[in-house]
Design a protein. Structure first.
Length: 319
């Protein structure tokens, strides 16, 4: 694939012209603003978590697309720990990526974990029994899930394409601006750096009979800059930095802090992302590691990340 020119699109200037506005954006903005204001009035902090990879279409009637690596596990598990810590959570996630609580059962074949209670007739007594060994801790997880649902503490918002992600993130930032430093942005989604403008995209499926494919892609506008500067300037903002080469990780994280002027970068390397991250600020750098002992106890690295960042958020609000 040909490398595109390194000229980035200016700030978010071209957002509406270059990226189709999703039809639901105004309705979602209203829901997010209401959610944030209700919880803020009740004395709760609100975190906007982004999670999952963005889909970048290569054709208008899309058969092929580019995706970024992200299962959504980081975002989904972090959402649970933020809820446990008293936050209300807006969960802006890729459609069908991992979701808080249900993520614990994605590897399970649901039908294998259920049994019919014996009884007369073809379907036994008609009652279905859960195999606790297959669906581990299901009662405890269900209790946490239902408590969150009843209290209205989790607002799910879905995206699929890069365009949807960009518009919904902007709407979320503007919706949370009214609650000032009570808002946290936890930007764990894996967002494409490249896209094909609608005007340059073929309408129909690209034909292999035309020979090898060469694609030229433009730079995606960096949303972090206007988010920090204009849309939610008082919020506590955390971005994630993913690299495959550990030797450039910290330099890239620091660079992001310098350019965007936000509060924290959580730096991780693809090979070790479940067991090691570095929490980087302009003046500090703190390694979080999962030990064998932690793994034995079922502790996840997101629990440590969330505990570190909610303490940093408290300090930020008190300043
Ligand atoms: C991350 O680095 C996340 O930690 C992961 C989580 C995507 C690796 P999973 O969803 O994985 O648990 O499977 N997210 C940010 C990735 C990213 O695209 N960052 C951009 C970059 O590194 C900056 S915003 O340039």
């Amino acid at each position: 694939m040909a490398q595109s020119s390194p000229v980035p699109a200016a700030s978010d200037g071209g957002l509406c012209e270059e990226f189709a506005v999703p039809s639901q954006v105004e309705e979602v903005r209203r829901l997010m603003a209401e959610f944030a204001e209700r919880h803020d009035a009740g004395g709760r902090r609100v975190v906007l978590i982004t999670s999952g990879g963005t889909k970048v279409p290569l054709e208008s009637r899309t058969v092929r697309f580019l995706d970024n690596f992200s299962s959504g596990r980081r975002g989904a598990s972090s959402a649970e720990y933020f809820l446990d810590s008293g936050y209300a959570v807006i969960y802006l996630h890729r459609h069908r990526s991992l979701y808080p609580y249900t993520r614990l059962y994605t590897g399970v074949n649901l039908l294998d974990s259920l049994r019919l209670e014996p009884g007369e007739g073809e379907g036994g007594s008609g009652r279905v029994l859960v195999d606790q060994a297959e669906l581990q801790n299901v009662a405890a997880v269900l209790k946490r899930y239902q408590a969150v649902k009843t209290a209205g503490l989790l607002l799910p918002v879905e995206f699929n394409t890069l365009s949807e992600y960009l518009h919904l993130l902007k709407a979320a930032a503007q919706a949370l601006n009214s609650i000032g430093s009570n808002a946290m942005f936890y930007l764990a989604a894996a967002v494409s750096d490249f896209y094909i403008p609608a005007s340059e995209m073929p309408e129909h499926k690209i034909q292999s009979s035309n020979g090898p494919l060469q694609i030229s892609m433009k730079m995606v506008p960096k949303m972090l800059k206007p988010l920090v500067k204009d849309w939610a300037p008082q919020a506590f903002v955390i971005s994630f930095k993913l690299e495959t080469d550990p030797s450039i990780l910290l330099e890239r994280a620091r660079r992001a802090l310098d350019i965007y002027n936000h509060q924290v970068v959580v730096a991780n390397v693809l090979d070790t992302l479940r067991g090691y991250v570095v929490i980087v600020t302009k003046t500090t750098q703190h390694e979080l590691t999962l030990t064998d002992d932690d793994v034995q106890k079922g502790i996840e690295i997101e629990e440590k990340i969330v505990s570190n960042l909610s303490a940093a958020h408290t300090e930020f609000m008190n300043r």
